[in-house]
Design a protein around this ligand. Structure first.
Ligand code: PLP
Length: 459
C-alpha cells in the first residue's frame, strides 16, 4: 500500500469581479450635492480627494467591475475567507435554525476592511499618488490602510478618534509598524481640530471630526489623496467579494439563506455580504429577510432622518442623502468604535427607505453577552462591532425555536476581537455600562441639517 496521501485542495477561487448594486436598483441612487452650488458634484469636484478610477466607480452603473490582478494577488493571501456553520452555537441555543457565518477576521488586519484598502491603495499608486490621509474609529480601518500602504509603497497618515486612541494602544503600534503615522483626533495639526479643541478641550473625538482633519490634510498637498473606509459606493462595491464568495459557498453547502445579517457602522461589511444576495432577490430570486444591526447609542437607521447631510463635523465634504443623526452629533462613548458614525452609506439608506432592508438596534452589554456566548461555542471572540450581528443572529435563532421553523441564517462575522480585550475585561468585571442617549442633543443635531432644495437623481 502506498504511504503517500493525496490531499484535496480546494480549487475555488476568489471572485474576478465586484458586484455593483446600482445596476439593479429600482430607483436611481441619489446624487451627491455640492454644498456651495447645491448642484450635483462632477468628477472634477472630487478629483482633489480621490483618483479618477475610484471616482468613476463611485458613479458607475455597470453591474460587474473587474478586480485588477495586482489587487487579487494581495487579497488571495487570505481569500476566499471561510464560511462556517455554527453547529455548537446551534446546539447551545437548542434551535432548529441553521446558523452560518462568513468569517472576515482571517485578514491580516483582522477584519473585512483590507478588501477595499488594498484596492484603494492600488488605484492611488497607479495614478501617481505618494501619500494617503484617512480617519479611523476603532483602528481597524487605519490598520488596513497602513498595511495596504506598505504593500503599494504609499505614505499613510491616520487620524484616530481620541477615545479609541486611548482605549486601543496596540492598534497604533500596529499601524506604525507598517510605517503609517497615527494621530489622536481632534489634534492641533489642523484648523478643524484646533477649532474643536478650542470649544471643548476634553473632546473624545468622533469619526466626523477625524474625517474633517484627514480631508484638510489631504487638500493641502497635490501628491496626497484621501481614503475612506466605508459609506461611499466604491467602498461598498469593493466589499462585495464577501457576498459573492458566500453565494458560492452556500451553494456548496446546499443551502440558501432565509435571513441575512450584518452590523452597520458606515454600511460596508453589511453591504459586502448582503448586496450580492439582495441583487439576486431584486432580479427575481428568493425572498430574504435582510437585517442591518446598529448600536442603540448611535441609532442612525432606526432613529435618524433620511436626508441630505455632511459626512463630517466641519462640513467640508459634499452632501449625501443618507440616514443621519446630524453631522454635529457626537454619540456617547462605547466600545464598538467602528459603529460610532452619525451617517450611513447612501445605498444602504436607500434600501432601508425602500423596505428592502430591516434595521434593528441593540445595546452594548447585550451584544457583548452574545459575543461571549458565540466565543464559548465557536472559539472566536468577535470584534465588538461584529457582536451586534451575533446578537441579531441569536435573536433570530431563538425566534425560529419558538416558531419551530428550520430557518437558515447567514451573518457576517466582520472581524475578530483580539485587539479588544480591554473591552471584554470590562464586560467580564461587570463595569461595562449602557450609557443613555441624549435625545435632546440628537434632536438639536437633526434640527441643524442643511437645507437642500429638491432631492435630485444622479445622472
Ligand atoms: C469598521 C468595522 C465595522 C463597521 O464598519 P462598516 O463599514 O459598517 O462595515 C464593523 N465591523 C468591524 C470588525 C469593523 O472593523
Amino acid at each position: 500500500m502506498s504511504h503517500q496521501i493525496k490531499y484535496q485542495i480546494s480549487e475555488r477561487e476568489m471572485p474576478k469581479q465586484w458586484y455593483n448594486i446600482a445596476a439593479d436598483l429600482q430607483n436611481p441612487p441619489s446624487a451627491v450635492i455640492h454644498p456651495g452650488t447645491m448642484q450635483p458634484v462632477g468628477p472634477e469636484d472630487l478629483a482633489p480627494l480621490f483618483p479618477m478610477e475610484i471616482i468613476q466607480q463611485e458613479v458607475s452603473m455597470e453591474r460587474f467591475i473587474d478586480i485588477p490582478e495586482p489587487v487579487r494577488d494581495v487579497l488571495r493571501q487570505w481569500r476566499p475567507t471561510p464560511l462556517h456553520r455554527a453547529r455548537r452555537l446551534e446546539k447551545a441555543l437548542d434551535t432548529p435554525a441553521k446558523i452560518f457565518y462568513k468569517y472576515e477576521g482571517v485578514s491580516p488586519a483582522g477584519s473585512h476592511k483590507p478588501n477595499t484598502a488594498v484596492a484603494q491603495a492600488f488605484y492611488n499608486k497607479n495614478e501617481g499618488v505618494k501619500r494617503l490621509t484617512t480617519e479611523t474609529g476603532a483602528g481597524q480601518w487605519g490598520s488596513s490602510l497602513a498595511l495596504a500602504g506598505a504593500m503599494f509603497d504609499l505614505e499613510v497618515e491616520v487620524f484616530m478618534v481620541k477615545i479609541s486612541f486611548n482605549q486601543k494602544p496596540y492598534r497604533r503600534a500596529f499601524m506604525e509598524s507598517f510605517g503609517a503615522k497615527c494621530f489622536a483626533s481632534p489634534s492641533d495639526m489642523t484648523e478643524a481640530g484646533r477649532a474643536i479643541l478650542a470649544e471643548n478641550p476634553d473632546s473624545t473625538g468622533s469619526l466626523g471630526m477625524a474625517i474633517s482633519e484627514a480631508v484638510e490634510r489631504c487638500v493641502q498637498r497635490d501628491d496626497t489623496k484621501y481614503a475612506l473606509g466605508s459609506v461611499l459606493n466604491h467602498v461598498l462595491t469593493h466589499q462585495t467579494v464577501i457576498g459573492l464568495e458566500a453565494i458560492d459557498q452556500m451553494e456548496m453547502a446546499g443551502e440558501y439563506p432565509d435571513i441575512l445579517i450584518g452590523c452597520t457602522g458606515g454600511g460596508s461589511n453589511f453591504a459586502g455580504l448582503c448586496f450580492p444576495f439582495i441583487g439576486q432577490m431584486m432580479r427575481g430570486g428568493d425572498e430574504i429577510d435582510v437585517i442591518a444591526v446598529e448600536p442603540a447609542n448611535c441609532p442612525t437607521l432606526t432613529r435618524g432622518k433620511y436626508a441630505y447631510d455632511f459626512g463630517d463635523t466641519a462640513q467640508m465634504t459634499p452632501l449625501v442623502k443618507m440616514h443621519t443623526l446630524g453631522a454635529g452629533f457626537v454619540p456617547p462613548g462605547f466600545h464598538a468604535g467602528g459603529l460610532r458614525y452619525h451617517g450611513m452609506a447612501p445605498l444602504v439608506s436607500q434600501l432601508v427607505d425602500e423596505d428592502i432592508v430591516r434595521p434593528v438596534a441593540y445595546h452594548q452589554t447585550e451584544t457583548f453577552a452574545a459575543g461571549v456566548a458565540f466565543g464559548k461555542a465557536e472559539g472566536i471572540l468577535p470584534a465588538p462591532e461584529a457582536n451586534h450581528a451575533v446578537k441579531a443572529a441569536i435573536v433570530e435563532a431563538l425566534k425560529a425555536r419558538e416558531e419551530g421553523k428550520a430557518k437558515t441564517i447567514l451573518f457576517n462575522l466582520s472581524g475578530h476581537g483580539n485587539f479588544d480585550m480591554a473591552a471584554y475585561q470590562e464586560y467580564a468585571s461587570g463595569n461595562l455600562k449602557d450609557e443613555a442617549m441624549n435625545d435632546q442633543e440628537m434632536a438639536m443635531a437633526l434640527a441643524g441639517l442643511p437645507k437642500v432644495p429638491e432631492p435630485v437623481a444622479a445622472e
